[in-house]
Design a protein around this ligand. Structure first.
Ligand code: PSV
Ligand code: MN
Length: 426
């Protein structure tokens, strides 16, 4: 589905007056509002191809209809999001769910929507039809060499697909681990995994990065072979300078101080990217910023304060892999993704308006109350007009979610694709 030219402009016209009043107030209150808007405009968050359909749990899945049936339709959905918010200019593919049949045609389609290909993701957590070996007891950690080799070959194949599409990074998430004490020799599991990752790393093109994603538990519930940032960091350090840790916000044990992890990885120049989502309990994969918006803001505070000239995470050459990794069980996936991108943009904008000099002075004077005031002043500032202004300047909708509803986008998708379509994913 393509939006009509001017459809967004016409819609914005009705909202423009109110927005201009809010923007005028924001600029009178926020000294660096212009600068923040410019930085927001550079920032793009990739949409995972597997989050465009309704998500489910092991208890069921309740599809809302009009889900993308093909990779082409997934690209169209991300194109729609990007047209509305001008901040979702990339798509991340999961192989083998999204193997293109014609690379050139897929590249052209993505380019037509202004999209580039972010990290490609391998899948050694599910068995595929006609696969020789099973991943039931892990992939790269497996005691059986044939299984390990199959997993290595798969990752190398994923790199090849990525090369054809112009992607420049591979994200490896392994579900490897064990469910019961004694099941696994931790040391051998680590060594096998490292050996496998080394072979995959050796197949990376020169300008590629490898992201090693960690996760505390699930599907294994006793041990996980890349279970926390320390283990991921260890693998990434041993692999070499193209390997980085990837932080998925839902992959920690409860109450982990994720912002501190971010700070340390950034300091060591080993932070490569993010999977944004939110959670109350575990890997809940809820909308970014829906449960702990302050935590999201504190993470961006670390990212902004630790931003080094030789390590520019937000845009351009050397930028991080910024991605959403959420699941939408009860919301329209596209609406949910718009909400996530908005929340991430807001956290970034709030972090950009922190008075860093004042914070440093307060920290050096051990003025704890003032430190808190400075951070919370930024967090409690309404930055929505700034995010909307950045979108408006880039040609997006002032209120993407309202546009999506008002213009009956889901109804059009259902009319085009049918009510019973089911997208690939989890
Ligand atoms: C695992 O929970 C994960 O976060 C990894 O990033 C996978 O690639 C993705 O979810 C699959 O949905
Ligand atoms: Mn993830």
């Amino acid at each position: 589905m393509q939006l009509q030219t001017n459809q967004i402009d016409q819609y914005n016209e009705d909202l423009l007056k109110r927005h201009q009043a809010k923007w005028a107030f924001a600029t009178s209150e926020i000294e660096n509002a212009e600068d923040i808007v410019k930085q927001l405009a550079q920032f793009q968050i990739a949409i995972p191809s597997w989050a465009l359909g309704t998500g489910g749990t092991r208890f069921g899945r309740f599809s809302g209809g009009g889900e993308p049936r093909t990779l082409e339709e997934k690209i169209e959905d991300v194109g729609l999001l990007h047209a509305l918010n001008r901040a979702s200019g990339a798509i991340s593919l999961h192989i083998p769910w999204d193997i293109p049949s014609n690379y050139q045609a897929i590249r052209t389609l993505a380019a037509q929507h202004g999209l580039r290909f972010d990290a490609v993701n391998s899948n050694t957590f599910q068995d595929q039809p006609n696969q020789a070996e099973t991943y039931k007891f892990g992939s790269l950690q497996n005691v059986n060499k044939a299984v390990r080799q199959q997993a290595i070959a798969h990752n190398i194949e994923v790199i090849r697909h990525g090369v054809e599409l112009g992607s420049q990074s591979l994200t490896v998430w392994l579900s490897d681990g064990s469910c019961f004490p004694g099941q696994l020799n931790f040391r051998k599991a680590f060594e096998n995994t490292l050996d496998g990752l080394r072979e995959i790393y050796a197949a990376l093109p020169a300008d590629w990065k490898m992201f090693v994603e960690y996760k505390a538990f699930e599907p294994n519930f006793y041990s996980t072979t890349v279970g926390d940032w320390g283990q991921s960091y260890l693998y990434a350090s041993k692999l070499g300078e193209k390997a980085y840790t990837l932080v998925d916000l839902g992959h920690h044990l409860p109450n982990a101080n994720i912002e501190q992890i971010v700070s340390l990885l950034l300091m060591e120049e080993k932070l490569g990217g993010f999977h944004f989502n939110d959670s109350k309990y575990g890997d809940d994969d809820l909308t970014a910023g829906s449960i702990k918006p302050y935590q999201l803001f504190l993470i961006f505070n670390e990212l902004v304060s630790g931003n080094q000239p030789n390590n520019p995470p937000f845009g351009g050459e050397g930028a991080f892999g910024w991605m959403i990794d959420a699941s939408h069980n009860v919301k329209d996936p596209l609406e949910d993704l718009l909400q996530s991108v908005e929340a991430i943009m807001m956290a970034y904008a709030q972090a950009l308006l922190i008075d860093r000099k004042a914070l440093e002075i307060a920290q050096n004077e051990n003025d704890v109350a003032l430190c808190q005031e400075i951070l919370q002043h930024a967090f409690r500032t309404d930055v929505r007009p700034l995010v909307a202004e950045a979108r408006l300047r880039a040609g997006g909708a002032l209120n993407p979610l309202a546009f999506f509803r008002n213009q009956k986008m889901r109804e059009s998708l259902i009319a085009e694709r049918g009510r019973l379509t089911v997208a690939t994913g989890l």
